[in-house]
Design a binder for this molecule. Structure first.
Ligand code: FE
Ligand code: MN
Length: 364
């Protein structure tokens, strides 16, 4: 006899079978799990995915809530150097393509193949946050009065931006077909995609510009843009965690993929991502600017890349790099700024979520 709960209401009797519910839970998998036409979110198997969804939602922000007057004044004035202006243009040029690439990969690759609804839930929020980031760039462009065609031209014509984008898109393209995810090789291709997008792209290749723009913000240059990048970075730290947990769950359920050879492949993928990021940094900082040294940014990328690898239980590339920018963790720490949430932003925030912004110090 199976364990059942019987509920009788008036003339109707409902029999709830505990075994069936347990079987449904057991058949929840990252890939190749139970596929139904229903969004069976309960019972939750991946609690972390649901928790991250809630954290991400409580961090909600809208670009228009951020004041851009000071940025516009500075952009038009004479106190900003040419290199500083170039960094802002590179930031807008790179991210306006990159945010879309990430969102597109989530919707057309990862969310398509995962089978557990709570994973689809958090991935839907993740994709939405990429839309917010893309929207924030449109807002920056229109506030500063930049020519949008010039931004488009940047990711067509700046070779180091093109190289970074092609690097991730080539992997994503291969997975856009019906692939048999019972085959180890194909599972590895998916795991590599999750590693590449979460740890190499969002986790490492975003951080050169994040550091430069926040370094300007620290000098009171472009405070509106800086604030949007702080919010974006807080979101990215959650995205890195979503993809790290996803990779971890995929490997736990499919230990056949985690071979020594595959681990080395991931390390080499990170090494290539780091190489491309360092070339890109040289383009962002062709000449030195106040408080900005390309050498230090390269060191920072080595430091970040090692942390991403170690957090995925992979061997670091350098192993002994120290963070050259300890101030950066403070610049990004939104916990200290409970009063920042003024106006409309406060309305998105539940009182409880103000106590914990979801910012994870581990992700710097
Ligand atoms: Fe983003
Ligand atoms: Mn992201």
């Amino acid at each position: 006899m199976s364990d059942t709960t019987t509920i009788t209401l008036g003339e109707r009797t409902f029999v709830l079978d505990k075994e069936k519910a347990e079987a449904a839970l057991a058949s929840k998998k990252v890939i190749n799990g139970r596929e139904t036409m229903f969004f069976n979110i309960l019972p939750l198997k991946y609690q972390w995915a649901y928790d991250l969804y809630k954290t991400m939602k409580s961090n909600h922000w809208e670009p228009e809530d951020i004041q851009m007057q000071k940025d516009v004044e500075q952009w038009r004035g004479s106190e900003i150097s040419d290199v500083e202006r170039w960094i802002i243009k590179m930031g807008i040029g790179y991210f306006s393509a990159a945010e879309g690439i990430v969102g597109d990969n989530i919707l057309h690759v990862v969310r398509e193949v995962v089978t557990a609804p709570e994973l689809k839930l958090v991935l839907g929020r993740h994709a939405h946050e990429e839309n917010i980031h893309a929207d924030s760039l449109v807002y920056m462009i229109s506030s500063l009065g930049l020519n949008p065609h010039e931004c488009e031209a940047m990711f067509e014509d700046v070779p180091t931006i093109k190289a970074k984008n092609n690097f991730v898109v080539s992997n994503s393209r291969e997975l856009r077909r019906d692939i048999d995810l019972t085959v180890s090789e194909n599972k590895q291709a998916l795991a590599k995609n999750i590693f590449m997008f979460g740890q190499v792209m969002e986790g490492t290749q975003f951080y050169g510009l994040f550091g430069m723009i926040l370094s300007l913000y620290r000098q009171n240059k472009f405070p509106g843009i800086g604030q949007m990048f702080r919010y974006t970075l807080r979101d990215e730290s959650n995205h890195i965690e979503v993809f790290r947990n996803l990779l971890n769950a995929l490997v736990t359920e499919n230990p056949d993929i985690w071979t020594d050879e595959f681990q080395e492949d991931l390390r080499q993928t990170m090494a290539e991502g780091v190489r491309l990021e360092k070339e890109f940094i040289r383009d962002c900082l062709p000449v030195a600017a106040v408080g900005l040294s390309a050498d230090e940014f390269e060191t920072y990328i080595d430091y970040i890349a090692d942390r991403r690898l170690v957090n995925c239980r992979l061997e670091p590339l350098t192993g002994n790099t120290e963070n050259p920018f300890p101030w950066l963790s403070e610049a990004i720490d939104l916990k200290k700024e409970q009063n920042f949430f003024e106006g409309k932003v406060t309305e998105y925030q539940k009182a409880s979520s103000l106590e914990d912004t979801g910012y994870d110090d581990d992700d710097l």
